[in-house]
Ligand binder design. Structure first.
Ligand code: HEM
Length: 423
């Protein structure tokens, strides 16, 4: 065994020991008693989640590999956990035997990083997501949307239907992220193949856990390439502004975090959001003809759909009390975003009601790990839904909503295809 491998293996052993010997990579399947909060009934949270929230919004779900697992399902209780900067860690590395090194496929990404490293990396990223910087992307978003509307019309099958997910909901955020990162046109097609493989649900839709993948390697190589020839987007800008403060590995990891955080989430929102709007012709007509109604519709869809099913797991560092419940050091706390976002104490509950929309839902999380890309996602959704409804006012779902191929179990909820007719 070489020196690096010896050190790597020693480091991994120490990390796993610190986590009480738990190595989640040895699991080939999420056990059923942990899996059900990642399931849905159509677009709704499974009924058990709502019952749990109404009875006991902070519940000990199970003990698993010696780890106490708690589930938080209420809005106020979720905020209490997510805004606590000191009691929890989201660093999953100690629990991931195979990925515990800094060299081979580190988990990376902001979500699984604790302060002070989290604050250092997030500070490099946030200037790229200010309203002023993002405003420069608006024309590109509009172009991408218009082009994909043409593609959608061109992709019509002989039976008169077309898959909205493949022809519109996935490519729009994919191309927007290529613009954001500053990936050259001639490399996008290759990246797209890698990206589709990464988010292929037949792999279990667990891409967000961040195992090393082709798309991640691509972005690491892109960081190295742009070091010599910085592009116009986020990767090039960070190199120009902070060249010496970040190495290629961390920069590639940040770009990969942006990519994994931003693609599947926005694609699911577009696919499921369109399907929901198509269910109610008044909603469809309103987003086409009343631009002032769009922001509220988008906020309500974000809340109602809550495509991210659980926030990053919070590992308890010191004994903590949540809503009066003592939780011991060493436990893990899962916050169910769909359950909290349907909490009738805070929102319109299980009813989709744009008139009661609020921007302060939990679909983007809360606290220090709150979504960096929230404003970009809003820009995409506020551009794409009305453009779609304006171009195709007579669009219809080609199959009943309940027959759509929803994911069985996934961290980011979604649907494989959304067949529609255009007129
Ligand atoms: C509708 C689309 C989106 C939804 C619903 C969403 C949701 C979320 C949620 C729930 C979190 C975790 C919060 C937590 O555990 O406390 C998160 C984190 C994150 N998101 Fe998003 N997201 C979306 C789009 C995007 C986009 C477009 C980007 C970037 C281009 C992005 C980048 C990130 C990053 C980098 C993090 C980690 C932040 C940190 O740990 O500090 N997301 N997102």
């Amino acid at each position: 065994m070489g020196l690096v491998a010896t050190i790597t293996s020693g480091l991994r052993t120490r990390l796993i020991a610190r986590a009480g010997g738990i190595d989640l990579t040895r699991l080939d399947k999420v056990p059923d008693h942990l899996a059900w909060p990642l399931q849905r009934a159509g677009v709704d949270p499974v009924p058990r989640l709502g019952e749990m929230r109404d009875r006991d919004p902070v519940t000990k779900l199970t003990s698993f590999l010696g780890l106490d697992v708690w589930l938080v399902t209420g809005d106020a209780e979720a905020r209490e956990v997510l805004s606590d900067r000191t009691s929890y860690s989201t660093d999953i590395r100690p629990y991931m035997g195979r990925s515990g090194s800094a060299t081979e496929g580190d988990i990376g990404g902001l979500g699984f990083t604790d302060p002070p490293e989290h604050s250092r990396l997030r500070k490099l990223l946030t200037p790229e997501f200010t309203m002023r910087r993002l405003a420069r992307l608006q024309p590109a978003i509009e172009d991408v949307v218009e082009r994909q509307l043409d593609e959608l019309a061109a992709a019509l099958e002989v039976d008169g239907s077309v898959d909205l997910a493949q022809a519109f909901a996935f490519p729009v955020p994919f191309l927007v992220i290529c613009e954001l990162l500053g990936l050259p046109d001639d490399r996008r097609e290759h990246f797209r193949t890698l990206a589709s493989a990464r988010f292929d649900v037949s792999e279990g839709g667990m891409g967000a856990v961040g195992a090393i993948s082709g798309s991640r390697e691509f972005l690491l190589a892109e960081a190295t390439r742009q070091r010599h020839d910085p592009g116009p987007g986020l990767i090039g800008q960070i190199i120009r502004d902070h060249g010496d403060e970040i190495n290629d590995f961390d920069l590639g990891g940040l770009a990969d975090g942006v990519f994994t955080g931003g693609l599947e989430t926005s694609a699911s929102m577009l696919a499921l959001g369109s399907a929901l709007l198509l269910q109610d012709r008044d909603h469809w007509k309103r987003v086409a003809t009343e631009p002032e109604s769009v922001p509220a519709v988008v906020e309500e869809l974000l809340r109602y759909l809550s495509v991210v099913q659980v926030a990053f797991p919070r590992f308890v560092k010191t004994d903590v009390i949540v809503a009066g419940r003592p939780i011991r050091k060493g436990a893990v706390v899962l916050v169910s975003i769909p359950a909290a976002n349907r909490d009738p104490r805070a929102y319109a509950g299980d009813v989709l009601d744009p008139a009661r929309a609020t921007g302060s839902h939990l679909a983007f999380g809360h606290g220090m790990h709150r979504c960096v890309g929230a404003e970009l996602a809003r820009m995409e959704l506020r551009t794409a839904f009305p453009a779609l409804a304006r171009r195709f006012p007579d669009m219809q779902l080609a199959v009943p909503m309940e027959e759509l191929s929803f994911h069985g179990m996934s961290i980011v909820y979604g649907v494989e295809s959304v067949p529609v007719t255009l007129r």
